[in-house]
Design a protein around this ligand. Structure first.
Ligand code: CA2
Length: 146
């Protein structure tokens, strides 16, 4: 029995769909969770979602994933650009890691152009809107089925 895929979301993503729709679109995080759950079922995967505004909570879930998850899809939000702690935690996880950004971080401020998480991720999706989560889930299916 395949372990669940953890879908982790970083700070401020609880506001998705409620502010700045011109950058992040109109889908809420609950909409994304619903659509991912439906897609996961189609793909024969199970998913567990977490969102936190706290770096340590994200680190703790990544540690939990070491025993409980087959793979991690993570939108680290602003922590992508700052957090060595999240990178270190991901480096201690043995399964596949995919990084998602809703916006295209390369056409925004230069401080968003670097992601520590990308040094560990098997793949990065940026600028596909919330569809990026669904694409990542499809790719994760391939990676965990190998
Ligand atoms: O594009 C992405 O997914 C980001 O990870 C989003 C982060 C940003 O710091 C990264 O550079 C790129 C920000 C998340 C904030 O989310 C909000 C959503 C709606 C309203 C306000 C914030």
């Amino acid at each position: 029995m395949l372990k669940p895929v953890f879908v982790l979301n970083g700070p401020n993503l609880n506001l998705l769909g409620l502010r700045q729709p011109e950058i992040y679109g109109r889908e809420t995080l609950d909409d994304v969770i619903d659509a991912c759950s439906t897609l996961a079922e189609e793909l024969g995967l199970t998913v567990r979602f977490h969102q936190s505004n706290h770096e340590g909570a994200l680190v703790d879930w990544i540690h939990q994933a070491r025993n409980e998850a087959s793979g991690i899809i993570i939108n680290p939000a602003a922590y992508a650009h700052t957090s060595v702690a999240i990178l270190d935690a991901l480096n201690a996880f043995e399964g596949p890691v995919l990084e998602v950004h809703i916006s295209n971080i390369y056409c925004r401020e230069t401080f968003r152009h670097n992601s520590y998480v990308s040094m560990r991720a098997e793949g990065v999706i940026s600028g596909f809107g919330t569809e990026g989560y669904y694409l990542a889930l499809r790719r994760m299916k391939t990676l965990v089925s190998k």
